[in-house]
Design a binder for this molecule. Structure first.
Ligand code: NAG
Ligand code: NAG
Ligand code: NAG
Ligand code: NAG
Ligand code: NAG
Ligand code: NAG
Ligand code: NAG
Ligand code: NAG
Ligand code: NAG
Ligand code: NAG
Ligand code: NAG
Ligand code: CU
Length: 572
C-alpha cells in the first residue's frame, strides 16, 4: 500500500517534471521588426495620412502563447515625428522600461532610430498595443495582442474557432497635429466628433459631395470587413476598443454574444445583444452561427455616451457559402439609445469574475485615494483635473529622473489624495472653474493595497457629465463597484463593494455623475500611469502617476534616453 503510494508519487513527480520540460521548451521567442511609416490610406474611402506598421493599419495581430517572449524592433521611419508604443494590458512585471510611455518610462524614439521592446506575455488573454506619444494613436498606430493558453492548461469555455479579432476605432480626417493644436490653443477649440467609426480599419464616409481623388466610394480599401462563418459553429471573437474619443456599442444582427473574457480575465458568462466597449478595453465573446444561413447579417458599432454625430460603423457577418461581400437584405438595426446610461451601468455591474477563477481581493486597503474628475480652465486653456490638479508631463521621463534622483525634473510635493467632499457640488458648473497644474505623483508603499475611487462631476456645460475610461499601467485592479452620485465613504463601502467575485481589469469606465471604485496591490516596481484613455483628455491633463518600489528598478537602458536631462547620460 505504502509502496504503491510511493510509486504513484514518483510517477506523478516524473509527469510533473515532464510537463515542466514541455512547457519550458514551448516558451518561444517572437522576434518582429516593425517599420513605422506614414501612408496615404482610404480607410473610410476618404484619403488621409495614416501611420502604418509594415504598411498596415491596424497593425498586425501579435499572436503568442502564455509565457512567450515578444521582441519588437520598432524602426521609426516617420521622417519628422517621434514614436513610442505601449503594450496595453501587459503588466511588464520586472520590465518597467518596456512600457512604451513617452515622458514616463522612455524618451520617444527619434526618426531613424530603433527601439527594441522585449517583454514576456505572462497571462493568456486579449490585449492591445498602441502609440503612447501625444495624440498619435488616433493616426492608426494600434493593434491587438492575442495570448493563448499553454499546452496542458484548459479554458472554461468551448469554441470552434479563435482566428478572428475585431479592432473598433474612430477616425478623424484632420491630422493629429491639427487635433493637438486645437486642444492646446487659446482660445480652446474642441476637435468635435470623429468622421467615421472603423471595424478592422474599414469604414464608409459619405463621398457624394467630394472629388473622387479625395474620397472614392468604390476604393477597395474601404470595402467593409467581412467575417466568414460556417453554420452551426461557435466563434470566439476577440474585440479591442481602440477609439481615441468614442465609447461604443457593438452588435451582430440577430445573434447573441456571450461575454467570456475581459482584459485577460475570465468573466462569469452572460448573454447580450449589445456589447458596450470603452477605449482601452478588450473582450472575448462567443457567437454561434445559428441563424438562417441563406443570407448575411450586419455587424455594427455605434457611439454611446456622447450625442452621436458619427454614423455607425459597419461590417458583414458572412454565412458560408454566401458571397462575403453580399450586403445583408435588411436595414441596419439601430444601436441602443446613446444616452441610456442605466443600461451601460448594468453591463458594467454584470461583469464579474468567473466562478473557479476568482482571485480574491485583499479585504481592506492600506490607502484610499479619491480622485475628483473635473473639467477646468488653466491660464485660460481648457483642461481636465484630478482633485483640482491638471497634470503636466515633464520633458524628462519620470522613471529615469527618479532613478537618477533628479528632484528638479518633477514636482516633489505629494499629489492630493482627496478633495473637499463637503463643499463640492458634482451636479453643477463651478462658479470658479480655474484649476492648478502640476507634475506631482503618488508614492505608494511597495506591496501595499490601494483603493482608488474615481468621482465624476459636471463638466463646464450645464447638465453634462462625460464617460471616462480609466486605464492603469503595470497592474490589474479589482473592480469593487460602481454607483450614482457622490461616493459615500461609510455606506457605499459597506453596501456597494463587491469583495466576493469582482472582476480584475486594466481599464474601467467612470459613468456620468457616478463613481467607480478600484483596488490594486502596488507590487510592480516602477512609475506607472493611470489615466483617462480618451486621447484628448489625456493631452489635457487627465492623468496621474503611481510610484512604488522604484528603488528596485535597474538602471535605465540607453535606448530609453535622448531627451531632456537624459542627454547627459548618453554614451557616444
Ligand atoms: C531579431 O531580429 C533582428 C532583425 O532580424 C536581429 O537583428 C536580432 O538579432 C533578432 N534577435 C533575436 C533575439 O533573435
Ligand atoms: C475610384 O476607385 C475605383 C476602383 O478602385 C477606380 O477604378 C477609380 O479610378 C477611382 N477613381 C479615382 C478618381 O481615383
Ligand atoms: C438571445 O438571448 C435571449 C436572452 O437570453 C434569448 O431570449 C434569445 O432567444 C436569444 N436569441 C438568439 C438568437 O439566440
Ligand atoms: C435621450 O435623448 C433623447 C433625445 O435625443 C430624449 O428624448 C430622451 O429622453 C433621452 N433619454 C434619457 C434616458 O435621458
Ligand atoms: C438595469 O438593471 C436594473 C436592475 O437589474 C433593472 O431594473 C433595469 O431595468 C435595468 N435597466 C436597463 C436600462 O437595462
Ligand atoms: C482664473 O484665472 C485667470 C487667470 O488665468 C484669472 O484672470 C481669473 O481672475 C481667475 N478667476 C478666478 C475666479 O479666480
Ligand atoms: C536625492 O537628492 C536630494 C537633494 O536633491 C538629497 O537630499 C537626497 O539625499 C538624494 N537621495 C539619494 C538617494 O541620493
Ligand atoms: C482650484 O484651484 C484654483 C487655483 O488655485 C482655485 O482658484 C479654485 O478655487 C480651486 N478649486 C477647487 C474646487 O478647489
Ligand atoms: C506582498 O503582500 C502579500 C500579502 O500581504 C504577501 O503575501 C507577499 O509575500 C508580499 N510580497 C512581497 C514581495 O513583499
Ligand atoms: C438641467 O437638469 C435639471 C434637472 O433635470 C432641469 O431642471 C434643468 O432644466 C436642466 N437645465 C438645462 C439647461 O437643461
Ligand atoms: C453617508 O451614508 C450614511 C448612511 O446612509 C449617512 O448617514 C450619511 O449622511 C451619508 N453621508 C453623506 C455625506 O452623504
Ligand atoms: Cu476622459
Amino acid at each position: 500500500m505504502v509502496e504503491s503510494r510511493k510509486s504513484l508519487t514518483m510517477i506523478f513527480l516524473a509527469l510533473k517534471f515532464f510537463f515542466m520540460i514541455i512547457s519550458l521548451s514551448e516558451a518561444r521567442v517572437h522576434n518582429y521588426t516593425w517599420e513605422i511609416t506614414y501612408q496615404f490610406k482610404s480607410q473610410d474611402c476618404y484619403k488621409k495620412l495614416a501611420i502604418a506598421i509594415n504598411g498596415m493599419t491596424p497593425g498586425p495581430v501579435i499572436s503568442a502563447t502564455e509565457g512567450d517572449t515578444i521582441i519588437v524592433n520598432v524602426i521609426n521611419r516617420l521622417i519628422m515625428e517621434n514614436v513610442a508604443i505601449h503594450w496595453h494590458g501587459i503588466r511588464q512585471i520586472g520590465t518597467p522600461w518596456m512600457d512604451g510611455t513617452d515622458s514616463v518610462t522612455q524618451c520617444a524614439t527619434l526618426p531613424g532610430d530603433t527601439f527594441t521592446y522585449q517583454f514576456v506575455v505572462d497571462r493568456a488573454g486579449t490585449y492591445m498595443y498602441h502609440s503612447h506619444y501625444g495624440v498619435q494613436k488616433e493616426t492608426g498606430l494600434y493593434g491587438l495582442i492575442k495570448v493563448t493558453v499553454p499546452p496542458g492548461k484548459s479554458e472554461p469555455f468551448k469554441y470552434d474557432d479563435d482566428r478572428h479579432s475585431i479592432v473598433l476605432s474612430d477616425w478623424y480626417h484632420s491630422s493629429s497635429y491639427a487635433e493637438a493644436t486645437k486642444l492646446t490653443s487659446l482660445p480652446f477649440v474642441w476637435i468635435g466628433e470623429p468622421q467615421s467609426l472603423l471595424i478592422n480599419g474599414r469604414g464608409k464616409y459619405d463621398c457624394s459631395n467630394l472629388n473622387a481623388n479625395v474620397c472614392n466610394a468604390t476604393n477597395p480599401e474601404c470595402l467593409p470587413y467581412s467575417l466568414t462563418v460556417v453554420p452551426g459553429k461557435t466563434y470566439r471573437l476577440r474585440i479591442g476598443g481602440l477609439t481615441s474619443l468614442s465609447a461604443l456599442s457593438f452588435q451582430i444582427e440577430g445573434h447573441n454574444m456571450t461575454v467570456v473574457e475581459a482584459d485577460g480575465h475570465y468573466v462569469e458568462p452572460f448573454v447580450t445583444q449589445n456589447l458596450y466597449i470603452y477605449s482601452g478595453e478588450t473582450y472575448s465573446v462567443l457567437v454561434t452561427a445559428n441563424q438562417a444561413s441563406s443570407r448575411n447579417y450586419w455587424m455594427s458599432t455605434n457611439v454611446v455616451g456622447r450625442k452621436p454625430a458619427t454614423p455607425p460603423g459597419l461590417a458583414i457577418f458572412n454565412y458560408y457559402p454566401n458571397h462575403f461581400h453580399k450586403l445583408p437584405p435588411t436595414t441596419l438595426p439601430p444601436g441602443p439609445a446613446w444616452n441610456d446610461t442605466r443600461a451601460r451601468i448594468n453591463q458594467s455591474l454584470a461583469i464579474k469574475a468567473r466562478q473557479g477563477f476568482i482571485q480574491s481581493p485583499p479585504s481592506t486597503a492600506d490607502k484610499v485615494i479619491v480622485l475628483l474628475n473635473t473639467q477646468n480652465t488653466f491660464e485660460g486653456r481648457r483642461r481636465w483635473s484630478l482633485n483640482n490638479v491638471s497634470h503636466t508631463l515633464p520633458h524628462t521621463p519620470y522613471l529615469i529622473a527618479q532613478k537618477k534622483n533628479w528632484t528638479d525634473v518633477f514636482d516633489q510635493t505629494p499629489a492630493p489624495e482627496s478633495y473637499d467632499f463637503q463643499n463640492y457640488d458634482i451636479y453643477s458648473v463651478q462658479g470658479n472653474t480655474n484649476t492648478t497644474s502640476s507634475s506631482s505623483i503618488y508614492r505608494l508603499k511597495f506591496n501595499s493595497t490601494v483603493d482608488v475611487i474615481l468621482q465624476n462631476a459636471n463638466t463646464m456645460n450645464v447638465n453634462d457629465s462625460e464617460t471616462h475610461p480609466w486605464h492603469l499601467h503595470g497592474h490589474d485592479f479589482w473592480v469593487l463597484g460602481y454607483g450614482d452620485g457622490k461616493f459615500n465613504m461609510s455606506s457605499d463601502i459597506l453596501e456597494k463593494y463587491n469583495l466576493v467575485d469582482p472582476i480584475m481589469k486594466n481599464t474601467v469606465p467612470l459613468h456620468p455623475y457616478g463613481w467607480t471604485a478600484l483596488r490594486f496591490r502596488a507590487d510592480n516596481p516602477g512609475i506607472w500611469l493611470f489615466h483617462c484613455h480618451i486621447e484628448a483628455h489625456y493631452l489635457m491633463g487627465m492623468l496621474v502617476l503611481f510610484e512604488s518600489g522604484s528603488e528596485m528598478v535597474g538602471e535605465p537602458p540607453q535606448q530609453n534616453m535622448g531627451c531632456g536631462r537624459t542627454k547627459s547620460l548618453m554614451k557616444p
